[in-house]
Design a protein around this ligand. Structure first.
Ligand code: FE
Length: 209
């Protein structure tokens, strides 16, 4: 019996959300997958953000954020746009067709979403690679009746599928990123390998022989 089966983590429920912030006149956003309501009075949520994200620093400094809830019809390009590139390199809102701001002055994502929440950070916990934010909700707006996108639905229906068998590829070993579908070719994946698309490490790669 495997009593440390990492697949169990996939049995937990996660969503996919666009976390947006504004700091020193700059707007930015990233993808997060952990957001939960924890109390009713006051209405508080928790969310976790990887420290490597520029949006992480912006929320930490400004104490304000918007969380847009992605819907099931979200195309891969939206996940790539907000999740697989950094606001340190590109202006993610440069080519947006419409600019929608909530009462707190922050942008939210009006398309491919079903709601947004505006929240104010009241506490944080340092979790090593991530920060756990505790925030009070100031505004909640429904944008559509579409179903929310879960992480499981994303893996099943949206993430590109690397279906090419090794045999069809001259017998070469391939490593597939379980997060974004990026394929690495080679017998061994270096220990310090970082996925060029989603920046996840070796642990998130699966060997296809
Ligand atoms: Fe990846």
């Amino acid at each position: 019996m495997n009593n440390m089966n990492r697949e169990v983590l996939n049995n937990l429920s996660y969503g996919l959300f666009v976390l947006s912030a504004r700091y020193n006149g700059k707007d930015n956003a990233c993808i997060i997958n952990v957001v939960s309501q924890v109390t009713e009075k006051p209405l508080q949520i928790v969310f976790a953000v990887n420290k490597q994200n520029l949006t992480h620093d912006m929320v930490l400094s400004s104490k304000l954020c918007n969380i847009s809830v992605l819907a099931e019809h979200t195309p891969m390009k939206v996940i790539e746009h907000f999740g697989f590139q950094s606001g340190k390199d590109v202006d993610k809102f440069e080519h947006c067709q419409v600019e929608m701001r909530s009462g707190n002055g922050l942008l939210y994502i009006p398309k491919y979403t079903n709601a947004y929440l505006s929240a104010r950070v009241v506490n944080t916990i340092d979790m090593d690679t991530h920060t756990l934010f505790l925030a009070e909700v100031d505004e909640m707006v429904k944008l559509s009746t579409d179903s929310s996108l879960t992480y499981a639905f994303y893996h099943k229906n949206i993430k590109p599928k690397p279906v090419v068998a090794a045999a069809e590829n001259g017998g070469k070993t391939r490593w597939v990123c379980k997060v974004c579908g990026y394929v690495y070719e080679g017998d061994e994946l270096p220990d310090d390998f970082v996925c060029p698309w989603c920046k996840h490490g070796k642990d998130d790669f699966e060997k296809i022989v």
